[in-house]
Write a protein that binds this ligand. Structure first.
Ligand code: GLU
Length: 526
């Protein structure tokens, strides 16, 4: 500990007197009255305009833990460290979460707001003042050049870099010196007066990783920046997780490295540490090396959540698959019919994987097919239409312009619950899969060696009003007459109708195409 600063000096180093005392803040944000076992979690993105799959994964865990315990899930925007256009970047996050069915409870928890860190300066400054007054923080007037010099010296000497111990020039700065710097027009950063020693270890229990010990922190990290007097991440999250009364913090394992510092700060404040869940990264199999590796922003389009929206992956399927990654055992429970969706499955925090989990697009395909197969026709149609209108190209938009026709197309092979077709994977691919139903997208197959007689004979007997039995009898009759198998006639028709040799039920698709189109397509081949 060092000498605390006087109230006047604190106001000068912070730019203004703090608005609250700690007691006032404790009253302003009281302990929550929730039912026993209710978890309060938060998703705290920095608005960069890009949402990682890993972010969605963490948000899903936080949201699930809150909802399944009748707790609260908050969205906190960590915008103290970005020079970008915030509004647009925040909209990207909110929009993505909504698409994946993740809703926050900020409205019913508004007494604990605001939820933009840039609007909580009063809270951070009040807590910083508390530390300054007790000699647990100090103003630091090191310039960027001076810090660069220190870093260089440390590197040359093979020492850990940073402002700590003997390198923390202003650690024990006197009031007189502080005043001199201030009179000189300098704005200090506020640094933590670290009492840690890396030779000692801190013991800690992570929900996912269990008990671990890590070396103490000795760095006098910046808590309030000199440039804009906003807090750093470390300090802001300390104040916010405490005063928002967060019980469980879910975040990526990249924060593991600064955990000792975070624990140290909670202890300095005498605050209870929230429970931490440090999640593992999501990995993929590298296409070139065949080895498992972390997803990369640069190489992997699927690392960006926008990719799934743009390509029309069913959000529900992405959630189901992510849910299965974080709750091993979910798939089995689902296959056994014990639960209908991940939302109904109890997520046990202790079972969340602690090391690199594989996110495999092939597996996602399976979840997507299964998921789409459970949708009712109106839900399927709505999803496809919404996607096409938001993300589709001009052709897609034309395909969804006649909802009745689209509904008939998408109704094929969906009436028998035991035999629902499973060839739809994404909304984009669904429209491609059924594209032959639209004349402007249909390309006749010119390679296929048609049996012209078979097509001609069929056409002579064809009546669009025939029921399925009559239609089939006519095919059998034509086949007998020509000495062919009925299947051969059907195949000729199938290729003439669709250009493909593999399609869903031929009779149904001809019914949807309608008599006129059927004749046109056969005549075209003839
Ligand atoms: N703003 C941090 C991020 O975007 C949040 C870390 C946390 O959840 O504490 O990674």
């Amino acid at each position: 500990m060092r000498n605390g600063l006087s109230k006047d000096l604190i106001a000068r180093v912070l730019g203004a007197a703090p608005k609250y005392t700690l007691e006032e803040l404790e009253k302003k944000y009281p302990l929550r009255q929730l039912e026993e076992g209710a978890l309060v979690t938060r998703f705290a993105p920095s608005p960069t305009g890009y949402m990682h799959l890993g972010n969605l994964y963490s948000a899903l865990i936080s949201y699930k833990l809150a909802t399944q315990s009748n707790g609260l899930f908050l969205l906190r925007i960590e915008d103290t460290d970005t020079k970008r256009e915030i509004k647009e970047a925040v909209d990207i996050v909110i929009n993505a979460l909504a698409k994946f069915g993740i809703r926050n409870n900020n409205d019913i928890s508004s007494d604990y707001g605001p939820f933009y860190q840039s609007q909580r300066k009063d809270v951070y400054h009040s807590v910083a003042a508390y530390l300054l007054e007790r000699g647990l923080a100090y103003p630091c007037f090191l310039t960027q050049e001076e810090m660069d010099e220190i870093r260089e010296k440390q590197s040359l000497a093979g020492l850990a870099t940073g402002i700590y111990g003997e390198f923390a020039r202003d650690r024990d700065i006197s009031e007189e010196e502080i005043i001199k710097h201030l009179d000189n027009g300098e704005t200090p950063s506020i640094r933590l007066y670290s009492n840690g020693n890396p030779e000692n270890r801190i013991y800690f229990k992570d929900f996912v990783r269990g008990s671990i010990s890590i070396p103490e922190n000795n760095e006098d990290i910046v808590i309030i920046k000199s440039t804009d007097r906003l807090p750093t991440y470390h300090f802001a999250h300390l104040c916010d997780d405490h005063f928002m009364r967060i019980t469980h913090v879910v975040r990526g394992e990249e924060y593991f490295g600064t955990l000792a510092l975070h624990i140290q700060m909670f202890r300095m404040m005498g605050w209870q540490l929230p429970n931490y869940i440090h999640t593992a990264t999501l990995d993929k199999i590298d296409e070139e090396t065949g080895k498992q590796r972390k997803m990369s922003k640069r190489k992997d389009p699927e690392n960006n959540v926008a990719f799934f929206m743009e390509q029309g992956w069913p959000a529900g399927a992405v959630i189901e698959y992510l849910g299965n990654i974080l709750a091993p055992g979910y798939e089995e429970a689902k296959l056994k019919g014990q639960v209908k969706s991940f939302w109904d499955y109890e997520l046990k925090p202790k079972k969340i994987p602690a090391s690199g989990s594989l996110f495999d697009m092939k597996k996602l395909e399976w979840w997507a097919k299964e998921y789409i197969a459970t949708l009712s026709v109106p839900d399927l149609v709505k999803s496809v239409v919404d996607w096409a209108n938001e993300y589709g190209n001009e052709d897609n938009k034309k395909q969804v312009s006649d909802i009745n026709y689209l509904t008939s197309v998408l109704s094929i092979e969906r009436d028998n619950p035991k035999r629902i077709r499973k060839d739809f994977i994404t909304w984009q691919q669904t429209l491609k899969e059924v594209s032959y139903f639209w004349d402007f997208l249909f390309t006749p197959n010119r390679e296929y060696e048609y049996n012209i007689n078979a097509l001609r004979e069929f056409l002579a007997t064809y009546d669009a009003k025939d029921d399925k039995d009559t239609w089939w009898q006519k095919i059998v009759y034509t086949a007998e007459k020509l000495g062919l198998k009925p299947g051969e006639i059907a195949m000729n028709l199938r290729v003439a109708m669709t250009g493909r040799t593999n399609t869903p039920d031929l009779y149904s698709l001809m019914q949807v195409l309608g008599g006129e189109r059927v004749r046109e397509r056969v005549n075209f081949i003839l």
